[in-house]
Write a protein that binds this ligand. Structure first.
Ligand code: GLU
Length: 449
């Protein structure tokens, strides 16, 4: 298991001691690793048997189409040169260009990117987007470098990728450790590297850009907004009144903080929160908006005045109704799932439950809104951004919000319908819906030559 970068967000069942200082070493820390890709392949295999998927389609989708690894040097502020390892995994482009985020994280590995890229294929298919799946990033801790270094690292990485990405070929976006600024540097580098005469046509090479540089209104909060649409849809169907419910959030970056802020407007109070610096509790409820501003200014929740520091164990046992994991994969194992008091787990993160944890949640009757549905709002609004770039348009926030709500509710209904029809759990249903679309396209197009 890879020792995670963040001491507070250690994997569910650690076998190596957690590192408590950010490491500048690019090699994986020794120890038994969590086989994330194998877990995702396991879901694929189970769903394949539910829909009786042709074996050749299962075999094709069980591996990424392309696996790119680039090593590139960057001059650091002190004059030294450091070698970085970057990845881009292109899982499938049968439904459209490869699509998915770029993650900058010191524990990232090839195995993680393969898992995350495959999940993007399912996510885009489930949401009916004209995209395949991809994922990539760089193995390093972005908190460890200066802004100038971060810019040079980003630019050298995208320069190394060259025409392996492109507005109609592979379209990166933000993920953990990257944001709109990263995408502005990426787009600018692509324009200068590929040397397209028509710069406007190259704007869509990445999504999640700042608004002035071709981004869309509503992209920044989109993933959190999508999580909230799923939660409200669940609450309606389960006849749960959200007003007065208590929320716990793990990871207070883009996804976690926007989810908490949007839920607070529906009367849900954030009582427990954690990030790479530790965990905090406030029985009265945090002001999510203020905490978000604090984190934007200080970089973490550490030192926020209105919270009582608690341990990771206390966090997972906190008195709450809804849990939104919005950090790394493999956070909810057997122990965490046993301790949890919440009735609902809405996966803002990709792969936060490991299979053992998920089994316990199912036995305890705790509902899970799976990642490929719950956090699909991000890539859905990325698609709206890409369409606006293609048409040289700028939609209003209301227009984006309205489309996202319709898209999320439509996907939720497709998943529920599949689950009822096949009497299976929600994750399997998500995979089932996504795979049915892929199978149809393979049946129509068949295999070249
Ligand atoms: N990184 C996000 C995800 O995991 C968004 C990807 C995108 O917008 O392309 O879904």
């Amino acid at each position: 298991m890879t020792t995670p970068a963040d001491p507070a967000q250690k994997p569910a069942r650690p076998t190596a001691p957690p590192s408590d200082s950010p490491s500048r070493v690019d090699n994986a820390v020794p120890g038994e690793r969590y086989e994330f890709f194998k877990v995702i392949q396991g879901y694929l295999d189970r769903a394949a048997s539910v829909i009786q998927m042709p074996e050749y389609v299962r075999a094709i989708l069980s591996q990424p189409k392309n696996e790119l690894i680039v090593n590139f040097p960057v001059r650091m502020d002190d004059g030294s040169v450091r070698l970085f390892k970057g990845y881009r995994i292109q899982h499938s482009n049968i439904l459209g260009p490869y699509k998915g985020g770029m993650r900058f994280h010191e524990s990232a590995s090839l195995d993680d990117f393969k898992a995350l890229a495959a999940m993007m294929t399912w996510k885009c298919s489930l949401m009916n987007l004209p995209y395949g799946g991809g994922k990539g990033g760089i193995k390093f801790n972005p908190r460890d470098v200066s802004r100038n270094e971060l810019q040079r690292i980003t630019r050298r990485f995208f320069h190394s990728l060259g025409s392996n990405i492109g507005p109609d070929y592979d379209i990166p976006a933000p993920d953990m450790g990257t944001n709109a600024q990263t995408m502005a540097w990426a787009m600018d580098t692509y324009m200068n590297t590929v040397g397209m005469v028509n710069k406007q046509a190259a704007t869509g090479v990445v999504t999640g850009k700042p608004i002035a540089s071709g981004g869309t209104y509503g992209r920044e909060k989109a993933t959190g907004q999508g999580v909230v649409h799923c939660i409200t849809e669940w609450a309606e169907r389960e006849r749960v009144d959200l007003e007065g419910k208590r929320l716990m959030v793990q990871g207070f970056g883009n996804v976690g903080s926007h989810t908490a802020v949007l839920l607070s407007k529906l009367g849900v109070s954030l009582v427990a929160v954690g990030d790479h610096s530790g965990y905090l509790y406030n029985a009265e409820g945090f002001n999510a908006h203020r905490l978000q501003e604090y984190v934007q200014a200080k970089g973490s929740i550490a030192g926020y005045p209105n919270g009582k520091p608690i341990s990771r164990e206390e966090f997972f046992a906190a008195d709450a109704d809804i849990f939104v994991p919005a950090a790394l994969e493999n956070q909810i194992g057997e122990e965490e799932a046993t301790a949890l008091k919440a009735r609902l787990v809405a996966e803002g993160a990709n792969g936060p439950c490991n299979p053992a944890g998920e089994e316990v949640l199912a036995k305890r009757g705790i509902h899970v809104l799976p990642d490929v549905l719950a956090n699909a709002g991000g890539v859905t609004v990325s698609y709206y951004e890409w369409v606006q770039n293609k048409r040289s348009e700028q939609w209003t926030l209301e227009e984006v919000d309205e489309r996202l709500e319709t898209a999320m509710k439509g996907a939720y209904e497709r998943v529920e319908h599949f689950a009822r029809k096949h009497r299976c759990d929600t994750r399997l249903a998500c995979y089932g819906v996504a795979l049915e679309r892929l199978v149809k396209v393979y049946a129509e197009r068949e295999i070249f030559p």
